[in-house]
Design a protein around this ligand. Sequence first.
Ligand code: PEP
Ligand code: MN
Length: 353
Amino acid sequence: MLVVMQAHATEEQVQAVCEKIEKLGFRAHAIPGAQRTAIGITGNSGAIDSGMLDEMSGVQEVIRVSKPYKLVSRDVKEESTVVSFPGSDGTFGGRDLGIIAGPCSIESREQAFAVAERVAKAGARFFRGGAYKPRTSPYAFQGMGEEALKIMAEIRDRFGLLIVTEALDYESLDLVADYADMIQIGARNMQNFSLLRRAGKLRKPVLLKRGMSATLEEFLMAAEYVLSEGNYQVVLCERGVRTFADHTRNTLDLSIVPAVQKLSHLPIMVDPSHGTGKRDKVLPLSRAAVACGADGLLIEVHHDPDHALSDGAQSILPDQFDELMGEIRQIAAVVHRHVQDPQPAGAMAKAVR
Ligand code: PEP
Ligand code: MN
């Protein structure tokens, strides 16, 4: 159910409706829009007697949301959500594309700093690096854990980059939330409902990757778990799905970008690194992702990919990342978007205030 407030409804009227909903035993989600505030109701298994809310002052109408996902839907919020970060100009979902770049895994301080310096210079605002890695084999490199989080915190101070890293489970979620600016929930965890709920209790942006066989509806429902707990800062990420095609690691499903944008107000970005698994495919699919309207890119970059401890084959070199940024800057202009200019060395430190 959705309570649509009148355009001139006061804060107090919105508050009173929220209190009424909570008193009835449900959860109220006030979602301010450009024209009016909408209040999403969750926690109800069926329809609520709308008469109780219809008559309250400031209420325009009470409508049923027929789709299974509610809070992520454009029915509830017409304007696109812009996910922003206090003290930084980095955003997802606005005119600026959110560019996340860095190695698959943090392997050492030297490696992380070498890559961070280059991606910051190239104009990325977000640095990624795995500290806890979801590996297919239990014998493969599992990540450096908290030590990697500390290295990334230093990188934020040194280069002014916002930090994005994956939480694998409850324990790592708490630690990642302490250090990172944005919490990644990986493809393998897209339907780990208890983890999604816990991420929903945090007040830090969540980067939610599409499961490797998830439908659009399952993807949106996963995001709904996070929003239903009160965390509305979610960025979706297409990273390829499994198909019969074997010329790439996964099949990058770019058509999900306009499909998400039609149904949901949440930003949707694209990861051509995991989406293709092949270094030489990352640049062409990045161009295509920006052209089709993606709100950002996630790119794996490594200064010595042949010796990377994970995902070397899909990691591009810093020089290739420079080229990628130059090209998507031009494509972004065509679709009325913008990518930050390259940064002179001196301008980088302390960009995060
Ligand atoms: C990653 O970003 O390094 C990663 C493991 O991604 P995904 O969950 O999409 O496989
Ligand atoms: Mn990876």
